[in-house]
Design a binder for this molecule. Structure first.
Ligand code: VGL
Ligand code: ZN
Length: 200
């Protein structure tokens, strides 16, 4: 297992779906499918930005009749529809993102894509950039962070899951946050807080 010490050359941050729709709040777009504490994950992610070369982000960008929505027989309320406020990244992530490193997913009606690797060239891009380890956080721990971090491990990257930069939802048919983190640890991810990394 790699030490949690930061390496500016070979580490990248991957902010998974830090979008208004997954955060509690009253303003436009917030509260569609809110993870309690979801508005608190942006700051610890952004705090790592000065220590890595690449700050990548993914986001749900669903059509209005996406198959994962309850009206279509799916399990989720309408969330993160492309072009609506709910799909926008948290402003801090928007400002911190490395230009060209945003990856949209869930863009077609039929296919859900919980993992940021599923329908993108993210793995290729990271390899070409010489990235070996991903510092992963975002929303939500037990769905898209889980799927993304699992795929990152399967693709051969080292993975640190940032425990203070994740938030979960409770829903039927998805693992609890505790189960999700246990799965990730068993698959080879390191669990650490952004503080631990920064204090290195
Ligand atoms: C997510 C539920 C539905 C996520 C996306 O980003 O974790 N969760 N779509
Ligand atoms: Zn979604």
């Amino acid at each position: 297992m790699g030490s949690p010490k930061l390496n500016a050359e070979t580490d990248a941050v991957l902010a998974v779906d830090v979008q208004r729709g997954f955060m509690p709040g009253e303003e436009p777009g917030y509260g569609e499918l809110p993870a309690p504490g979801g508005d608190r994950v942006a700051a610890p992610l952004a705090a790592l930005a000065g220590h890595v070369r690449i700050f990548a982000a993914s986001g749900d960008s669903h059509p209005a009749d996406h198959s994962s929505f309850t009206a279509q027989g799916g399990i989720w309320p309408v969330h993160c529809v492309a072009g609506t406020p709910g799909a926008r990244l948290h402003p801090l992530i928007e400002r911190t993102l490395t230009p060209g490193w945003f990856f949209a997913k869930g863009t077609t009606r039929e296919a859900d894509a919980y993992s940021a690797f599923a329908v993108t060239d993210l793995a290729e891009r990271l390899r070409q950039a010489g990235i070996r380890r991903l510092l992963v956080g975002g929303l939500v721990t037990n769905v898209c962070v889980l799927a993304t971090a699992m795929d990152a491990l399967a693709a051969g990257f080292e993975v640190v899951v940032l425990t203070d930069a994740c938030a979960a939802v409770q829903a039927e048919g998805v693992p609890s946050e505790t189960e999700a983190l246990a799965q990730l640890r068993e698959a080879g991810a390191t669990l650490a807080s952004s503080r631990e990394l920064l204090d290195g």
